[in-house]
Design a protein around this ligand. Structure first.
Ligand code: GLA
Length: 719
């Protein structure tokens, strides 16, 4: 095989991993450009690579530069690149169009990555660009820029990393959303122009694109060729797809910097976030699998079974009462709960959501002897204890805000408008940071706390440093990362959940320092089918908190039976968010059954490959998890609404071993659908049915008559 070093001699580098090739053009002395990102090209010789580069060289066209600008990872306006430039900034109007010359190139053969250093002597700027493939075949890259001027500042406006996609990628998909309706997909044609998604809320956002994907016409979960990117950043960001008549179509992303937010003094440097990009020749499932495999390969990935959670929020809200909570804990332990999480309402002055944030002391009026009686009780029942916190926030009605009004992020000489009666604490203020770290550290040291639910309920609007009001989102985002890192260093083993009014902070940078996300405040299983499905575009199921709520959803008012609620929730990191003290014995017995099933299946569900089926009827959804050895599989067939056809046809199960024969049977407790009174398919009978993998994939099984908002679980095992 040609090593990257040999290939570099020809000016073309071929990186390969897990079925992906990334061919970079380093001929000349400019920044690297992508010649191919996609399917593995096999072992190409130096001559092959050189000819590949020649074969795809763009032609000079009328009214365009004689040297056609290449699709560089950081495109430069100065080359004549017609689209969004990679680096934007200036020195009071000067040095705004840099053109870099490469100084050095380092190749890491083992890591399949390159590091390029480049300078623009005239603009007095230097650049470091890192790009490579992870073991799971994800492109991973980032850039840093330094101000080399000994005297003058450089105002950085943005650093945008760019990847070209083939012209055949004519459709775009990304996600949007809002509170309780996170990660809704939207599609459009990838035509000329720029499709720009910006997040200015100072956090990843309920409406974040999560992944921006471009693909061949009609790409689905199992079909089509698709290229998608994700920016690992929890602050403001820009993600775009751009196709211009004069250049290659590209997808790109970078941090969104507020005016004057990053001004580099002499010698100062800015490093942008990591960008991750995934290619798949087999639809979105293949794209997700690379993200999932990458996350699972991290040394810090949660590696013990994901414990069943009981969260108190929708059970008691702010009604914190020791007897009520110990009773709830008893009921939880009875049904098999393993981690009891005390949500909002335990700290000083917090009798509702209008006061107390910032006063991180256990409220003496509600808890005269501290949290010890509750924690001792929970631990005595064999469960872990978890606690809700919202460290980045402060209520104006709190002791902290009264003593330190200067610790509130503000600009324009005014206090920003309240949201949920709260403001954002300036964690870039060293004393504010030290205070919050000390409070959290003290709580974690005094109490036996295994888990924090870390919330973030206010967008960063008007977020400036007092007294001048300079923009603070960038520095605040880094300060939050530092705070999480500090705490985890001090308390090894502590697990943290990333919550932001539900699923407002879901990204790969926050997940470097947290162990799961709270995907949504919506526990309505119908909504969660969709929220979980699309959160899985990026995250594997074990990182997605998914709870069984009360029969009647608190956020939508819909009512669902337990099989639908639990059968939906077990495909994530399972929890309960329901007042079990007000349930019947029958309900608790059924819930216990589901929890037992989850415990049996979590080893598979949290390591296997996620499959989402494209069914032509939008009412019928199916998804499953298949372990890598494909000896078994778990699927759920869900009626999201009433199917359009009386005969909805067959369900074809993808991802199985075509050479194996499987025994397929419905899995209790979700093995009966009311509609089956009108006729039961052969495979739904007790013994199930035995079929070859090829038949299951290419012929399928008859779909039974399901009522809307009903699901059936299917278990397959090699016969
Ligand atoms: C946010 C979270 C909820 C809950 C409340 C508590 O809205 O998303 O899950 O913790 O705060 O105030």
């Amino acid at each position: 095989m040609t090593t990257p070093t040999e290939a570099a001699a020809e000016g073309v580098i071929h990186l390969r991993a897990a079925g992906v090739s990334l061919v970079l053009d380093l001929r000349g002395n400019g920044l690297p450009a992508v010649l191919h990102w996609g399917t593995d090209l096999g072992d190409l010789s130096r001559q092959d690579l050189h000819r590949l580069a020649e074969a795809v060289t763009m032609l000079p066209i009328a009214a365009f530069p004689d040297a056609v600008p290449r699709a560089a990872l950081l495109p430069e306006h100065g080359t004549g690149w017609p689209g969004q430039p990679g680096l934007t900034g200036h020195r009071q109007g000067a040095d705004w169009s840099p053109l870099f010359t490469r100084d050095s190139l380092e190749l890491e053969t083992a890591a399949q990555s390159v590091k390029v250093r480049a300078t623009d002597a005239a603009a007095r700027l230097s650049l470091v660009l890192e790009a490579g493939l992870t073991a799971s075949g994800l492109v991973r890259m980032r850039a840093a820029v330094r101000n080399d001027d000994p005297d003058r500042d450089y105002t950085l406006n943005g650093l945008l990393l760019t990847l070209p996609v083939p012209d055949t990628a004519t459709e775009l998909l990304d996600l949007t959303g809002r509170w309780c309706r996170e990660r809704a997909p939207q599609r459009r044609s990838f035509t000329h122009g720029t499709w720009l998604r910006e997040t200015r809320s100072g956090r990843t956002g309920h409406d974040a694109p999560l992944v921006l994907a471009a693909g061949t016409p009609g790409f689905g979960f199992g079909t089509g060729e698709v290229w998608g990117l994700h920016l690992a950043w929890s602050g403001n960001h820009r993600v775009l797809a751009e196709r211009l008549p004069t250049g290659r179509p590209v997808i790109a992303a970078g941090e969104l910097l507020l005016p004057g937010e990053v001004i580099l003094g002499p010698g100062e440097e800015y490093t942008g976030p990591w960008l991750y990009a995934s290619h798949s020749g087999q639809g979105l499932d293949g794209l997700s699998a690379r993200f999932h495999d990458h996350l699972r390969s991290r040394p810090g990935h949660p590696n013990r079974p994901r414990p069943v959670v009981l969260n108190t929020w929708e059970a008691v809200y702010f009604d914190h009462d020791l007897d009520r909570l110990t009773h709830l804990a008893d009921r939880g332990a009875e049904v098999g709960v393993e981690r009891f999480v005390l949500d909002d309402g335990w700290f000083r002055h917090r009798r509702d959501d209008r006061a107390g944030l910032g006063d991180w002391y256990v409220d003496e009026t509600v808890w005269p002897t501290g949290l010890h009686p509750l924690i001792d009780h929970v631990r005595g029942l064999g469960m872990e204890f978890g606690l809700w916190v919202e460290p980045e926030m402060v209520n104006p009605d709190s002791d902290l805000a009264r003593v330190h009004p200067e610790w509130i992020l503000a600009t324009g000489g005014r206090t920003p408008a309240d949201r949920r009666s709260q403001q954002v604490l300036d964690l870039t203020h060293p004393e504010a940071y030290a205070h919050i770290l000390q409070r959290l550290d003290a709580l974690l040291s005094e109490y036996d706390i295994a888990y924090l639910k870390w919330d973030h309920n206010r967008e960063l609007v008007d977020a400036g440093h007092a007294p001048g009001g300079e923009p603070a989102v960038h520095a605040q985002t880094l300060a939050v990362y530092a705070l999480l890192d500090d705490l985890r260093r001090r308390h090894p083993g502590l697990e943290i959940e990333s919550c932001a009014s539900g699923g407002g902070r879901v990204d790969l940078a926050i997940l470097e320092r947290t162990d799961r996300v709270w995907a949504s405040d919506c526990n309505d299983a119908l909504e969660r089918q969709s929220i979980n499905r699309w959160t899985q575009l990026l995250l594997p199921p074990e990182l997605i908190g998914s709870h069984v709520g009360a029969a009647r959803s608190h956020t939508t008012g819909r009512t669902h039976d337990l099989a639908f609620r639990a059968g939906t929730a077990i495909f994530g990191h399972l929890g309960i968010e329901w007042d079990l003290t007000r349930t019947t014995e029958t309900e608790r017995a059924e819930l216990a059954h589901w929890i037992t099933l989850y415990k049996q299946l979590r080893g598979l569900l949290h390591t296997g490959r996620v499959v989402r089926i494209d069914h032509p009827d939008p009412a019928l959804w199916a998804h499953g998890v298949i372990p890598h050895d494909r000896t078994e599989a778990i699927f759920a067939l869900t009626a999201m609404a009433t199917p359009i056809s009386a005969q909805p046809g067959t369900l074809r199960l993808r991802g199985l071993d075509p050479d194996a024969t499987y025994r397929l049977r419905p899995l209790p407790p979700a093995d009966q659908a009311p509609g089956m009174e009108r006729g039961t398919p052969a495979w739904c009978t007790k013994g199930g049915i035995t079929l070859p993998g090829t038949v299951l994939e290419h012929v399928g099984i008859q779909i039974p008559n399901l009522h809307p908002e009903q699901l059936l679980l299917l278990r397959l095992a090699k016969a």
